[in-house]
Write a protein that binds this ligand. Structure first.
Ligand SMILES: Cc1cc2nc3c(=O)[nH]c(=O)nc-3n(C[C@H](O)[C@H](O)[C@H](O)COP(=O)(O)OP(=O)(O)OC[C@H]3O[C@@H](n4cnc5c(N)ncnc54)[C@H](O)[C@@H]3O)c2cc1C
Ligand code: SF4
Length: 329
C-alpha cells in the first residue's frame, strides 16, 4: 500500500477544502477503496473520511425522502419509510454484498464503487480503465461477467452496484457539492458509458462530494420488485438484475419503470422496453415484445452471450409477477 495521510472531515466545508487537494480521495466505508489501495490500483496521498457527514434520512415534500450520502447501506434498507414507500431500494440493497459489508458501506461510496472486472484489479493485465491506452484483456479473455449493452472496443466492464439499479428505476437524483457550488443530477446521468475514455466513469469530478440521494414519490410501491440472478445466492455480483415497477389501471399498464444491472458500464434504464409497455395490456406477449426491443442492440462476447436471453427472461418474469393480482400489497 502506498503511504497516505488520513483526515476526518468535521464538516462539509472541511471535506470540500481537503478533497480539492491533488491526490485526495474521499473515504466512505472503505469496503471498495481500501481494497483498491491494498492492490495499489488506487494510490491516494490523502484520505478524507466523510463518514461523519450527511448521516440522516429526511422527509421532503409530498412523501419524498432525502438520504444523506453518509447513511450506511443497512440503515437505508431497514428504514421503515424506505421499506414502505420505496421497497425496491430496500430489496436491491439486501441483495448485495454481505451483512457486514452493508453495515460499513455508505450510500455515496456504493454509488461510486468501481467495476469488479478482474483485469482491472490485476496490474499485470492490460486495462484501459486503469491505464488508458494499454488495451483491454477482457475483450478476448474471460468475460462471463461483462457487458452486453453500451460497451465499446475500449472497455466491456459492468457497473457492480445493486442499489444503483433500483435508484435508476426510481428516477432518483443525486446532490453533489464542489468548489463551484451544489448541483443535482439524475442517477441515470451520473454514470457514463465507456466510449473511448473508460477511465472517466462518472460526472463527478475530482474534489466533488456526493451529499445526498433524492427519492421523489411514485405510484410503484405496491407493485415493484428487484430480482438479481447470480452464480451464488449470497456474496456474488449480478449476472443480470432487474428492478421493475408497474402501475396498472384495470388490465392496462398506466406506467412502468424498468432498470437492468450486470449488463452495462452503468445502471441501465430500459427506456425502449418501457415505451413498448406503457399504455398497453399487461400481457406476456407485450412484456416479451418489450424485452426483445430492449435487448435488440445487445452484443455478446465469448463467455457472456447467455446474458442476452437471461435478461429477456428475467424482464418478462419480473413483469408477469408484478402484474399478477397476488403481488399487489
Ligand atoms: C466481497 C464483496 C462483495 C460485494 N458484493 C456486492 C454486491 O453483491 N452488490 C453490490 O452492489 N455491491 C457489492 N459489494 C460492493 C460494496 O457494495 C461496495 O464496496 C460499497 O457499497 C462501497 O461503499 P463504501 O462506503 O465502502 O465506499 P468506499 O470504498 O469508501 O468508496 C468507494 C468510492 O467512493 C468514493 N466516495 C465515497 N463516499 C463519497 C462521497 N460522499 N462523495 C464522493 N465520493 C465518495 C471514494 O473516494 C471511492 O472512490 C461488495 C463488496 C465486497 C468487498
Ligand atoms: S473491461 Fe474495462 S475494466 Fe476490464 S480490462 Fe477491459 S478496460 Fe479494464
Amino acid at each position: 500500500m502506498t503511504p497516505f495521510l488520513y483526515e476526518r472531515a468535521a464538516d462539509r466545508g472541511m471535506a470540500l477544502s481537503l478533497g480539492a487537494r491533488a491526490g485526495a480521495d474521499f473515504l466512505g466505508g472503505g469496503t471498495n477503496l481500501v481494497d483498491l489501495m491494498r492492490e495499489t490500483i488506487a494510490r491516494p496521498t490523502l484520505l478524507v473520511d466523510v463518514t461523519g457527514l450527511s448521516r440522516d434520512i429526511e422527509e421532503i415534500e409530498n412523501g419524498g425522502l432525502k438520504i444523506g450520502a453518509g447513511v450506511k447501506n443497512t440503515a437505508v434498507a431497514t428504514d421503515r419509510r424506505i421499506r414502505e414507500r420505496f421497497p425496491l431500494l430496500a430489496q436491491a440493497i439486501l441483495a448485495g454484498a454481505s451483512a457486514q459489508i452493508r453495515n460499513m458501506a455508505t450510500v455515496g461510496g456504493n454509488i461510486l464503487q468501481r467495476t469488479r472486472c478482474a483485469y482491472f484489479y490485476d496490474d499485470a493485465a492490460r486495462c484501459n480503465k486503469r491505464e488508458p491506452g494499454t488495451g483491454c484483456d477482457a475483450i478476448e479473455g474471460f468475460n462471463r461477467n461483462h457487458a452486453i449493452l453500451g460497451a465499446s472496443s475500449s472497455c466491456v466492464a459492468t457497473h457492480p452496484s445493486d442499489m444503483c439499479v433500483a435508484l435508476a428505476g426510481l428516477d432518483a437524483s443525486v446532490t453533489i457539492e464542489g468548489p463551484a457550488g451544489a448541483r443535482e443530477i439524475a442517477l441515470t446521468e451520473l454514470h457514463r458509458l465507456p466510449g473511448e475514455t473508460p477511465d472517466v466513469e462518472t460526472e463527478v469530478r475530482h474534489g466533488e462530494l456526493i451529499t445526498s440521494v433524492i427519492l421523489r414519490p411514485n405510484a410503484f410501491a405496491r407493485r415493484s420488485r428487484c430480482r438479481k440472478v447470480r452464480d451464488r445466492t449470497s456474496y456474488a455480483f449480478a449476472l443480470v438484475s432487474v428492478a421493475a415497477g408497474l402501475e396498472l389501471e384495470g388490465d392496462r399498464v398506466k406506467d412502468v419503470r424498468l432498470a437492468l444491472g450486470g449488463v452495462a458500464h452503468k445502471p441501465w434504464r430500459a427506456h425502449a422496453a418501457e415505451a413498448a409497455i406503457r399504455g398497453r395490456a399487461a400481457t406476456e406477449a407485450v412484456f416479451r415484445e418489450a424485452a426483445e426491443a430492449e435487448l435488440a442492440s445487445a452484443k455478446g462476447l465469448r463467455d457472456n452471450s447467455f446474458k442476452i436471453n437471461l435478461a429477456k427472461r428475467v424482464i418478462v418474469d419480473s413483469l408477469l409477477n408484478l402484474a399478477s393480482k397476488e403481488t399487489a400489497r
